[in-house]
Design a protein around this ligand. Structure first.
Ligand SMILES: *Cc1c(COP(=O)(O)O)cnc(C)c1O
Length: 398
């Protein structure tokens, strides 16, 4: 049984030798030649049902199927199920479905449940700002109950189609006990946004979740130059989500899939290196008088359930902190950094800083919004001393 980092380099590439190529081929065709009408109809019927085209038969049309995207999907399905496979479970019904963005992936799962007649969503805050906004406004036709994890069971009704959580959560890096949420949810499927953890650190399917989603724009692509999203699920849900994608036309572009798949090869190296730096940076920030609190799972009291080391292999590379000087100080620091880029997004090779209350979480209703003194850092691959020096010079201007 190969290890995760080996899969990260090789998954989704099994047909390359037979094609006589070493690097991932980029297929930009929007339509595909048909051999004869009978096999075209057979392929079409499979695609409309949300299945792959039969082996050797035409893919018909890019909105239905694309080989470059399919290789990336195969790799994502493999990487999100290495723990299931290591337990000896049959993972043949696990599949990934790739979308044009993380939000396209998220809204497609929501739509598949809502269109299936299950209108009620139970969700745990905090969530990514746009996700919170979409669920809270109900513009896809859903209703919502916001709960603490302990109250999930009591909130379930016959209309409940999904329990929605993020762990670690954006932007306060709180951890939610996924196994416990799955137990409370009973028959209701649980969706975990695994963007911050990546399958390197956490695999929600192995903890009992039914849907895993990623903003692949972040760590999966990893270089700040590709946008996409992925849903990983099992069984009939795979067909349902693929059918939604075929109809909505929100699939991943092949060139983005090529970049994402290329990014996967270094995923575990990138995540672990950034995590090592984040742990050191969190310790340094925690000692600065300008900082009143650091939000990071290794901080005292931040992980009362001991989920780092059990649910999650490590604390990750995202951290937030509260400036003692309030909004003004946060505003100043974001403006004063030089090496670190003041920008939204995360999970790339370079370090970014942003102000959640003004930007990523602006659309969240006020009582649930992040404290205005909080800054969030996505730690990249720079040397920790250089990051510390940049923050120190930004703090010195306060
Ligand atoms: C960025 C992000 C999203 C949305 O993804 P896009 O690719 O920007 O559409 C969803 N969830 C989390 C946790 C994110 O960080």
């Amino acid at each position: 049984m190969a290890h995760f980092s080996t899969h990260a380099v090789h998954a989704g590439r099994s047909d390359l030798n037979a094609l006589g190529v070493h690097a991932l081929p980029l297929d930009l065709s929007t339509t595909n030649p048909l051999t004869d009408l009978d096999s075209a109809v057979a392929s079409f019927d499979e695609l409309v049902a949300g299945n792959p085209p039969p082996v050797g038969m035409s893919h018909i049309y890019r909105r239905a199927w694309n080989p470059t995207v399919a290789r990336f999907e195969e790799a994502m399905a493999t990487l999100e199920s290495t723990q299931l496979a290591a337990r000896g479970e049959d993972i043949s019904d696990v599949a990934a479905i790739a979308f044009a963005s993380g939000m396209a992936a998220i809204t497609s799962v929501l739509s598949s449940q809502i269109l299936g007649g299950k209108l009620h969503v139970i969700a745990v805050r905090p969530l990514y700002g746009t996700t919170d906004h979409i669920i809270n406004t109900g513009i896809l036709g859903n209703t919502v109950t916001w709960v603490n994890p302990a109250d999930i069971k009591a909130a379930i009704t016959p209309e409940t189609g999904l329990v929605y959580i993020e762990s670690p959560a954006n932007p306060t890096i709180e951890l939610v006990d996924i196994r416990d949420v799955v137990l409370s949810a009973g028959d209701v499927p649980v969706l975990v946004d695994n963007t911050f953890a990546t399958p390197v650190l956490q695999q929600p399917l192995a903890l009992g979740a039914s849907f895993v989603v990623h903003s692949a724009t972040k760590y999966i692509g990893g270089h700040g130059d590709a946008m996409g999203g992925v849903v990983i699920t099992r069984g009939e849900s795979v067909n349902a989500v693929r059918q939604i994608r075929l109809g909505m036309g929100n699939q991943l572009d092949p060139f983005q899939a090529y970049l994402m798949h290329r990014g996967l090869a270094t995923l575990s190296v990138r995540v672990r290196a950034a995590q090592d730096t984040a742990m050191q940076l969190a310790d340094w920030l925690n000692q600065q008088p300008e900082v009143s609190q650091v939000f990071y799972p290794t901080m005292p009291g931040a992980d009362p359930l001991g989920l780092v080391g059990s649910q999650m292999a490590g604390p990750g590379a995202m951290l937030s902190f509260d400036m003692a000087g309030g909004y003004e100080a946060a505003h100043q620091v974001a403006k004063a950094v030089r090496l670190i880029t003041h920008a939204v997004s995360l999970g790339g090779v370079d370090t970014l800083i942003e102000h959640p209350a003004s930007l990523t979480h602006r659309v969240v209703e006020e009582e649930a919004r992040t404290h205005p003194a909080v800054l969030r850092i996505s730690v990249g691959l720079e040397h920790v001393d250089d990051l510390i020096a940049d923050l120190a010079q930004a703090f010195s201007g306060l």
